[in-house]
Design a protein around this ligand. Sequence first.
Ligand SMILES: Cc1cc2nc3c(=O)[nH]c(=O)nc-3n(C[C@H](O)[C@H](O)[C@H](O)COP(=O)(O)OP(=O)(O)OC[C@H]3O[C@@H](n4cnc5c(N)ncnc54)[C@H](O)[C@@H]3O)c2cc1C
Length: 395
Amino acid sequence: DLTEPDAGSDLQAVMLKATPDEENGCWRLNGVKRFITNGDGDIALVLARSEEGTKDGRGLSMFIYDKNDGGVTVRRIENKMGIKGSPTCELVFKNAKAELCGSRKLGLIKYVMALMNGARLGIAAQSVGVSEAAYREALDYARDRRQFGKAIIEFPAVYEMLSVMKAKLDASRSLLYETTRFVDMYKTYEDIARERSLTPDERTEMKKYSRLADAFTPMAKGMGSEYCNQNAYDSVQVHGGSGFMKDYACERIYRDARITSIYEGTTQLQVVAAIRHVTTGTYLNQIRAYENENIAEAYLPLKDELVKLTDIYAAAVEKVTSAKDSEYLDFMARRLVEMAGNIIMSYLLILDASRNEEFDASARVYNNIAKAEIAKHAEFINNFTPSEINVYKKA
Ligand SMILES: Cc1cc2nc3c(=O)[nH]c(=O)nc-3n(C[C@H](O)[C@H](O)[C@H](O)COP(=O)(O)OP(=O)(O)OC[C@H]3O[C@@H](n4cnc5c(N)ncnc54)[C@H](O)[C@@H]3O)c2cc1C
C-alpha cells in the first residue's frame, strides 16, 4: 500500500501517518491510501510517515498490518477500464494497529525500491503474457476470416501487422528473460555471500549483474508494456469491427493491456530510472558485450547493421549529454532509452535465432523495426536545439 491521493509517481510525498503507541507496544496508522490492488486482503505492507516534521523519503518507514485487528476500511472499490478481476481499493486507516517492518526511515529508500524492482519485473512478464494473448487471438482470427475470396492473413497489410506483433512479442520476451537472468545472477551471489565471503572477482561480478538488473528492469517494464499496448491495439485492428465487440477476447485484452504502462511506475518513470544507464554507459557497454557474443554467420549482416546503429545511438547520447542541460536531457530521455532498447532487443533476437531458427523471422523483422526507430529518433535529436523546448512548453 504505497499510493495516496497526493502521492503517486512521487512517493516521497506519502503522508499517511504512523505514530508509536508505547502503551500497546505497536504503531498506529492514520490516513488514506488509494488504488490498492487487493486492498481488501487481510495482511498488507504500508508505507507511512513515521518521522514527524519530515517531508521527504527519509521520513518514511514500512509497516505491516492485519485487517482483522480493525481500523482499516475499504471506502471504495474502483470501477476500472480493465483488469476487472482484481479489486482496486481506497483504504481508510483510523488508528489501525501496525508493526514496524525492518528499520525505521528505510521504508522508501530501501524496501520500496527493492519491492518495486521485483514488481516491475512482474509487470514486464504480465506485459509479455498479454502481448502473447493479443497475438494469438489476432493470428487465429486472421487465418479464419475471409474477405475478397481469401483468408485476410494473405493480405500484406495484415501479415505485416502480424509479423510486427510477433517480433515485438519475441523481443519483449527476450528482454524479460535477459533481465531475469541478471537478477538471478546477482541474487545468487547475494545468497552465497550469506554463507561465506565472496572473492574479489565474485564481488565484481555481483556488482556487474546488479547494475545490469537495475538498468534492464525499467527497460523491460517500460518498453515491454508499450509493446503490449501496441499489440493489443493491432489485435483489435486485425479483427476489424468484430474487435470492437465484447464477443471477442481482444476487446478485453485491449482494456487489460492499458494498465501495464501505468502501474508500478508509468513508462515515464521507467525512463527516469533508465536514463542514468544511458548517461553512465551501462547500456552501451552491454551492447558492446553482445557484439562479441557467438552470433551465427547467417546473422552477421544484421550484426553489422547493429554496429552502425550503435554508433548512431552513441552520437545521439553525446549530442544530448554534452549540452549539460538537465531539462533537455529529460526531454530526450525516452528517445535515448528506446534507441538503446531497440539495439539490445535486436541483439537478443539475433542471439536467440543463432541458437534456434524458430526466431529467424522475428530477428529479421525486429532488426528492420530497430533501424527505422533509431533513424527516426536520431533525426529528431539531430534537428533539435535545446532552446526549442520553449515551443513545447508554450504549446
Ligand atoms: C489498477 C491499478 C492498481 C494499482 N495498484 C496499486 C497497488 O497495489 N499499490 C499501490 O501502492 N499503488 C497502486 N496503483 C497506483 C499506481 O502505481 C499509480 O497510479 C501510478 O504509479 C501513477 O501514479 P498516479 O496515478 O498518481 O499518477 P501521477 O503520478 O499523477 O502521474 C500522472 C502523469 O504524470 C507523469 N509524471 C509524473 N511524475 C513524472 C516525472 N517525474 N517525470 C515524468 N513524468 C511524470 C506520469 O507518467 C503520468 O503520465 C495502482 C493503480 C491502478 C490504476
